[in-house]
Design a protein around this ligand. Structure first.
Ligand SMILES: NC(=O)c1ccc[n+]([C@@H]2O[C@H](COP(=O)([O-])OP(=O)(O)OC[C@H]3O[C@@H](n4cnc5c(N)ncnc54)[C@H](OP(=O)(O)O)[C@@H]3O)[C@@H](O)[C@H]2O)c1
Length: 211
């Protein structure tokens, strides 16, 4: 699958590397393709990975991953060009001042992304743990859970498969508006990490009874 990852930071760099190493063709969409750090990141990836401008990366992709600071989402989406029909995975968390959510209750960051990219098939996923867990989701107790929200059934199967391939228990949480739950849920992870001294090597899991 052709995946464009907008952003080469902690999350974009990690997800792009992992999906390239799993056999996908990854193009990082960056503001400056000559940036030395971005080149170094791509140079270390054992797989099909390259750098391009944001619109060039997105144009060629089936799946576009938005891995920018929430405040940069509008600019990043505007620079991505025509996203009609493309799967757009929003990993961003709308973090405001003092660990509050900048949006919520009646909308979500993901729904705001969908307003910015109205012809894309938008999903919320990969916003619910730190990037270190994305790099290595292996825990002795089982797979960490990762909820996926979005409206398009065919696109959701693709996103669930991409999330599962990373090593997560990928769960279809419902329509895109369920991001109104998934973003505060991510804030719980951030709160436990930053304010309850739990470090960054933890994740939540879903337990099921067979009967
Ligand atoms: N860090 C985590 O563990 C974690 C976990 C889950 C979700 N998230 C969410 O994921 C998102 C990314 O977090 P991060 O920690 O990866 O951030 P980061 O390390 O600061 O990386 C942000 C990336 O976005 C790029 N960027 C900024 N503005 C842009 C624009 N207008 N167009 C294109 N690219 C732009 C930056 O590129 P430049 O070099 O050009 O500035 C950089 O590569 C955030 O919304 C965060 O809330 C983070």
């Amino acid at each position: 699958m052709k995946i464009a990852v907008i952003g080469t930071g902690s999350v974009g760099g990690t997800l792009g590397r992992r999906w390239a190493e799993l056999g996908h063709s990854v193009c990082f969409g960056v503001r400056d393709p000559a940036d030395a750090d971005a080149k170094a990141l791509v140079g270390k990836i054992k797989g099909d990975a390259r750098l391009a401008g944001v619109s060039d990366a997105a144009e060629d992709a089936d799946v576009v991953v938005l891995a920018t600071p929430y405040a940069a989402n509008a600019a990043a989406i505007a620079s991505a060009g025509d996203l009609s029909g493309k799967i757009l995975i929003d990993v961003t968390n709308p973090i405001g001042a003092n660990f509050t959510l900048a949006v919520g209750h009646t909308t979500s960051g993901a729904e705001e992304v969908a307003r910015l990219a109205p012809r894309a098939r938008v999903f919320k996923a990969m916003n619910q743990v730190g990037f270190e867990v994305m790099a290595n989701p292996t825990f002795a107790a089982g797979k960490p859970v990762m909820f996926v929200a979005g409206d398009d059934a065919a696109g959701k199967k693709v996103v669930l498969d991409l999330v599962s391939a990373l090593g997560f228990d990928a769960i279809d949480a419902g329509e895109l508006a369920i991001a109104r739950l998934l973003e505060p849920y991510a804030m719980l992870w951030i709160h436990l990490m930053a304010r309850r001294n739990m470090g960054r090597s933890f994740a939540f899991a879903l337990l099921r009874r067979q009967s």
